[in-house]
Design a protein around this ligand. Structure first.
Ligand SMILES: [Zn+2]
Length: 242
């Protein structure tokens, strides 16, 4: 599995949001002089000599007082394209055309999913392998199915035995097979097949919607049914404890 470093502010190396390659980054900052004289200054940021300041996430107030605004550009030393950072947040390029992770996706799975989006442009095949890892990670986390970690093929067959819809089974197997790094050369050529891999991102989100979100919504709605009605349902289905 290729090493992935998520882009983050003032980091010296990460997977470029433009080309996907893990490459060194040069940083440039745009400064507004105080008092503002109609000119802006651009300077290279020497990461090793940066003053220590409170992390942006916890020090926004401090940040606002010390630095009224901060605009940085990171330039990838592989593709020589720029990314734009506003107060430490990546604002360009925008999220690529891939769908963002479903909000109900478990966080461990989301991390893998996001890595897969990062390498997508550079290597759809590596992206597909990460998506396979994402479903492998997700299945044992599905509360309602209680499936123990096992090889992916076995876990899918257990889900099928528990009555998942056929289209979810097909999605799971699609990702299992396309994402298998051990696949024989020539069987499936994913190197240039961005469309297939980008569709696999949608499939994972559909799985989350079907196996997590819908289950959760149904449970919530069902829990509001009055007790007498629930008892009647239990009686109908002979589930009343004697
Ligand atoms: Zn690049």
């Amino acid at each position: 599995m290729p090493k992935i470093i998520t882009p983050s502010h003032y980091k010296t190396d990460f997977n470029c949001p433009r080309c996907g390659v893990l490459a060194p980054q040069k940083w440039y900052g745009l400064k507004k002089p105080q008092p503002y004289n109609g000119e802006l200054e651009i300077h290279e940021v020497n990461i090793s000599r940066l003053p220590r300041y409170a992390p942006l996430s916890v020090g926004i107030r401090v940040e606002k007082i010390i630095v009224p605004w901060r605009l940085d550009i990171s330039v990838c030393q592989h593709c020589v394209e720029y990314s734009v950072w506003d107060n430490g947040n990546l604002v360009y390029p925008f999220e690529n055309e891939l769908p963002s992770a479903h909000e109900d996706m478990p966080s461990e799975v989301k991390t893998i999913y996001n890595e897969a989006t990062l390498v997508f442009k550079h290597s759809p095949r590596a992206s597909a392998a990460l998506l396979r890892l994402a479903i492998e990670t997700m299945i044992p986390l599905l509360d309602d199915y209680e499936i123990k970690r096992d090889n992916l093929n076995t876990m899918i067959s257990k889900l099928v035995a528990k009555g998942i819809p056929e289209y979810i089974q097909q999605s799971l197997d699609t990702i299992r097979i396309y994402g298998n790094e051990g696949i024989h050369p020539g069987e499936i050529v994913l190197l240039d097949d961005q469309d297939t891999v980008s569709f696999m991102f949608e499939l994972i989100n559909d799985m989350v919607e079907e196996l997590i979100t819908r289950k959760k919504k149904i449970k919530e709605t069902y829990s509001k049914i009055p007790l007498s009605k629930i008892q009647a349902i239990f009686k109908r289905d002979n589930k009343v404890k004697k």
